[in-house]
Design a protein around this ligand. Structure first.
Ligand code: ATP
Ligand code: MG
Length: 435
């Protein structure tokens, strides 16, 4: 297997290289992020240190994964790096190993990666992009329901869509929902326009012919071709460099493109959904984004409201995300304590639903009971006290727990650590009912 080891500790590089070469692997090593981007291009597996001297390991990870035949990336992490490790896994790292490295752990992950790529090879290439399947969009807020209605309407057609929203509001989730409804079973190909490396983006998007440039040893299809008649999701389109904007505009106008170094016109059949957290109107005004491209992309515009404008959805989102996180971490978390919910509702959520997910993920990994009793917020200064009475707080908490256990009084009593009789009395006193 072609393996690349990137760590600023030369001793780690050298010792892994020797031990892996002894097991017939081909091993290249590098000491910084710059080396990683250069060396990892044709590796199948990259061991990547989180802490590098030049670029952060997370940033390198993003860039490595942005390429079409991205290698599997296993993070090398220190004891202090738990949060960055979680982020790396969310961003698509295959696994992680802790320092000090044990050869047993290293060989274990290599075996896993090999098994996975054997399985992956059996699948059709395009299927790779339909990784997670449909995910539910949760929310009852009026603005969000508006978004859902719009999604349903847009899904009836195949026009271009521009999704705008702050980071973490659910832009990709909405893009996938539109895709699933309008092109079920077809490829969904996501491209992060902000992390395509300069010099390769043209070939990434449109593919290349054999011999088109040094290193182009075979013909390769680009993202638009791989997407067939499915969807190309152009994420972070606001960060697209000017030359890329020009090429994209041409492809969209003519509904066809050529591979780099090729002459054959390939029909652009995919639907294009673009997303950005930037204010594109303003970027157009300031000349950073082409007005003609902007108008072509936004036949329909979906604006996802920030979480602070729909705080009423927080309890629902907490339930939903906790369920997902418990499942992913193999834990059983039944709910959160009411005071925790109140803190979550009092917070401003600059990172929106993604931040909520991260906060919950971190808190679950630190909590050992079935109910989350505390959370650590990213910017505690952003909290506002939720001004309600003690009995209102109790009423909400009991209701929340009851909903969690499908109104099973015995289970609720156990979580609340009061008797079932008391639970029944509180239900009557507060006039609680299932919906
Ligand atoms: N309404 C929602 N219901 C359920 N999950 C949601 C909702 N909104 C966002 N999420 C979840 O929050 C996370 C962030 O969403 P997503 O990646 O779609 O946001 P984004 O706007 O693309 O963020 P970024 O700017 O960070 O790329 C995902 O795990 C997503 O599933
Ligand atoms: Mg996104």
């Amino acid at each position: 297997m072609k393996i690349c080891v990137i760590d600023d500790d030369q001793a780690i590089c050298r010792s892994l290289q020797l031990q892996l070469q002894a097991r017939d692997h081909e091993v290249a090593t590098g000491l910084c992020g710059g080396d990683a981007l250069r060396l990892a291009a044709d590796a199948e597996l990259v061991f990547l240190d989180l802490q590098l001297p030049d670029i952060s390991g997370l940033r390198v990870l993003e860039q490595l994964l942005a390429s079409e035949d991205a290698p599997a990336v296993v993070m090398i992490t220190g004891r202090q790096d738990m949060e960055a490790t979680i982020t790396a896994i969310q961003k698509g790292a295959s696994d992680y190993i802790r320092k000090p490295l044990s050869m047993e752990a290293v060989l274990g992950v290599i075996e896993k990666v090999q098994a996975r790529s054997r399985r992956a090879r059996v699948k059709v290439r395009a299927l790779k992009h339909q990784d997670t399947g449909p995910r539910e969009i949760v929310g009852r807020d009026r603005q969000l329901i508006g978004v859902l209605k719009q999604v349903a309407r847009i899904s009836q057609s195949r026009v271009g869509v521009l999704i705008q929203g702050e980071s973490g509001t659910g832009k990709e989730l909405v893009a996938r929902a539109i895709h699933e409804a309008s092109s079920p079973g077809k490829p969904f190909v996501a491209v992060n326009c902000a992390s395509l490396a300069p010099g390769v983006w043209e070939s990434e998007l449109f593919g290349h012919e054999k011999g088109a440039f040094t290193g182009a040893s075979r013909q390769r299809a680009g993202r638009f071709e791989v997407a067939e008649d499915g969807t190309v999701f152009l994420d972070e389109i606001g960060d697209m460099p000017a030359p890329m904007q020009a090429m994209l505009l041409r492809a969209l106008q003519e509904r066809e493109f050529e591979r780099v170094g090729g002459h054959e016109a390939i029909c652009l059949r995919a639907r294009v959904i673009a997303a950005t957290h930037r204010d594109l109107d303003q970027a157009v005004d300031s000349g950073d984004f082409r007005a003609d491209l902007f108008h072509r992309l936004k036949v329909e515009t979906v604006r996802i409201p920030p979480l602070r404008e729909r705080k009423g959805d927080i309890p629902l989102l907490v339930d939903h995300l906790l369920h997902r996180i418990s499942h992913a971490l193999g834990r059983r978390i039944e709910g959160v304590a009411e005071r925790v919910l109140l803190r979550l509702q009092g917070y401003e959520w600059p990172g929106n639903v993604r931040e909520l997910e991260n906060v919950l993920m971190r808190s679950v990994s630190r909590c050992d009971g079935a109910v989350l009793l505390d959370v650590v917020l990213d910017k505690p200064g952003d909290e506002k006290p939720s001004l309600i009475s003690l009995s209102e707080c109790e009423r909400r908490h009991i209701r929340h727990i009851l909903e969690h256990v499908d109104w099973n009084v015995t289970r609720a009593a156990r979580i609340l650590e009061i008797s079932p009789t008391t639970v029944r009395k509180k239900i009557a006193d507060y006039g609680l009912k299932g919906s």
